[in-house]
Design a protein around this ligand. Sequence first.
Ligand code: PMP
Length: 449
Amino acid sequence: TEANIGNVVEKTTSRLWNAMHRFNPDAEQVVASSGEGSWFTDESGNRFLDGVSGLWCLNLGHGQQEIIDAAAEQMKKLSYSPLTMNHEPAVKLAGKISELLGANYQTFFSNSGSEANETAFKIVRQYHNQTGNPGKFKFISRYRAYHGSTLGALSATAQANRRVKYDPGVPGFLHVYPPYSYRSIFGGEPEESDLKAAQLLEEMINWEGEETVAAFIMEPFISGGGVIIPSPKYIQRVEEICKKYNVLLIMDEVVSGYGRTGEMFGFKHAEGVQPDIVTMAKGLTSGYLPLGATAVKSEIYEAFKEAGKDNHFRHVSTYGGHPAACAVALKNIEIIERENIVDRVRELGKSKLGKLHQLIDHENVGEVRQVGFLLGLEMVTTKQSKVPLDDAKMAEIIGACKKKGLIIGKNGDTVPGQNNVIIVAPPLTSTEDDLDFLVETVDSVIRSL
Ligand code: PMP
């Protein structure tokens, strides 16, 4: 009976350790049972529009039959390769990724964004070791960045709140001031203050000693740290600085990759930029199966394959580049290209989601930041004071949207009491009606504050 099914779910969740429960601590947990397009249904039959694409990963929404078939067909054909990543879908996918990135890259596959970044860190250290710079071991990332939950990736993550109970992190990870013009100590126009933030990176490399700095890791747009969108000139300047000091540039495209920002990759917003390493996950498979990827410029890869030398990369992942996950990624990319999803995001990002910019006239909305289908509303008590809106009020907004059938998120999550950015990042295939519903709901909830 239905009552029995409800009981089973209740018992199951009571044994489940879900770290995201903190977003809704007092029971009433939503247990998802089915999904259709951008919507999902809980076990009691309530429908919700998923305004954050799961964890910004469900880019093509639920029920893409071609993706489901691609996974099933691949599992029937070859469920696992005895040679780990040496199988047809991985070879094809690595080729496709290189083509999309616009230069020659070799790709190493893993299972998640955290692993993709861990893999990048190990490649970087070994690369410098094997190219005559063994002293280059330090990684620099920005405050507010999120790069993953495993210890290395968490060490690059620079949000006190997420780290405090697990510190000290891995030695050799340093953090620099972010291009956060809304609250920048530099003041002035956003581009000017962003370029000053870039200058701090150069200062840091000099002060640390360039012979010790291995790589700089950045998202083109800080997502989990509160949707922070620098001017493209910042990204270009950072690349110049990295080149000058032989510091490798790792671009974390875990959230921004595969169309979310209205370009296939976020770094493409900054003309001419070509990162040394690009890490990806999430949108690579639209969340249908787990897959992480670390794409490395072929010049860097050369240092790992000189014949007769023990210089290969000692890094094995049993499930990394699983055949079914790679087949899913290939189909996912095929759909993104065939359906012109990137153009769609650019256009509907402006004409539909962009309507949320009108909320800037509200006293509690400090700034509206948006690139494509990635949008953040920085909530404050007053425009003048810029004091972050408190957690209780933020929870009220999220809860009111949920009551109306819309799931949105909040982030910023740097220090206690600064979780004041509302996150909107719906599936890239959301219908125009879905987007209208999302905008109207967020607008009416905030205006009723
Ligand atoms: N990098 C970024 C920018 C992310 O947002 C995330 C996850 N939210 C990760 C890395 C880690 O990805 P995963 O959760 O798949 O390990």
